[in-house]
Design a protein around this ligand. Structure first.
Ligand code: 5GP
Ligand code: ZN
Length: 138
């Protein structure tokens, strides 16, 4: 299903032009208009899913492998030495467009940090209790 009011539905289906890296029956891969680094791409499903929790299994089965292919092509073509696959779900996680997408962000030697956090502390009891809470909702 598509949502006519969704910008990524319209881009993925070719109604709005975007620099396209790859296209098949299920996905269009475009360059991000506000790139974190040169070549930053977005993998867009052609159907509308708000986030990873809604993503249909046909897409879910293929998106990670496609991310790997795009990243490998970036290493060959752009000279990056690594890449991040980033996928935000929810406003608190930084999602700003509510149509599932996966970022493929090329990483260059001496490039600015992109995906980072300050490691906190933990203890085994707390980890066990937290693991059990998550597990109880699966
Ligand atoms: P999010 O923060 O939701 O994970 O990522 C949304 C991304 O989409 C941002 O990096 C933003 O720059 C990109 N973006 C938003 N609107 C457009 C657009 O119309 N065209 C392109 N090419 N990128 C977009
Ligand atoms: Zn959409």
């Amino acid at each position: 299903m598509r949502d006519e009011n969704c910008i990524f539905c319209r881009i993925a289906n070719g109604e709005i032009p975007a620099a396209t890296v790859y296209e098949d029956e299920l996905f269009r891969v475009i360059l991000d208009m506000g790139p974190a680094s040169k070549g930053h791409a977005l993998i867009l499903p052609k159907e509308h899913f708000k986030d990873v929790c809604e993503l249909d299994e046909r897409y879910a089965a293929k998106v990670l492998q496609l991310g790997g292919r795009i990243g490998a092509a970036m290493k060959k073509s752009l000279g990056c030495t690594g890449f991040n696959l980033v996928q935000n779900n929810g406003t608190s996680a930084g999602q700003t467009v509510f149509h599932f997408h996966m970022h493929v962000i090329p990483r260059y030697e001496d490039g600015a940090p992109i995906v980072t956090w300050n490691p906190g502390s933990s203890n085994p009891e707390e980890l066990k209790e937290t693991a059990e809470r998550i597990s109880s909702c699966l």
